[in-house]
Design a protein. Structure first.
Length: 166
């Protein structure tokens, strides 16, 4: 069942990607990919240094969705819900000695002029640089009035990467 869900998700992403990128030229696609990559760097910087309220205002879009490896979906529909979720999450990961997070080599996929995703290994680190955990993650970014915002995060196997076909 898990394979079927994953295969369906990949098929849908490829279909969307193929149709959306057909409408975006190569130069524009490269510029959008660079904007998404910069937003990903900013996301990890802000997540590692910002307060829950700053994160809700500067890096997340609302509604915010999470899709877990087992297919469970969680939605936070208000700024207050996002702040509450982040407050609990940060308390939990700080208790493990967490200092920062990163995605060192993301695969960036442009879905259209206002959306795309970054996929790769998401790593949590302690202050001394040692790893706490490594997992697969894909972040969907959408261009909003206030700029690029991460609106969905999808957990996936750490050895897999989602990618686009051109």
């Amino acid at each position: 069942m898990r394979f079927l869900r994953h295969s369906l998700f990949v098929f849908i992403m490829v279909l969307i990607s193929t149709q959306a990128t057909a409408q975006v030229g190569d130069t524009e696609r490269e510029a959008i990919a660079a904007e998404i990559a910069a937003s990903l760097v900013n996301y990890h910087r802000m997540f590692s240094t910002g307060t829950p309220a700053e994160m809700a205002d500067q890096i997340y879009g609302i509604p915010l969705l999470s899709v877990s490896n087992n297919g469970a979906t969680t939605a936070w529909n208000t700024r207050a819900e996002v702040i509450e979720m982040l407050t609990g999450l940060l308390a939990n990961i700080r208790a493990t000695g967490w200092d920062r997070s990163s995605m060192p080599s993301p695969q960036i996929c442009v879905l259209g002029s206002g959306s795309g995703f970054a996929s790769g290994q998401f790593i949590r680190y302690r202050e001394d640089g040692s790893e706490i955990s490594r997992s697969g993650m894909a972040y969907v970014f959408q261009k909003k009035e206030e700029g690029w915002r991460m609106t969905t995060f999808l957990n996936h196997d750490a050895t897999q990467r989602l990618s686009c076909l051109r």
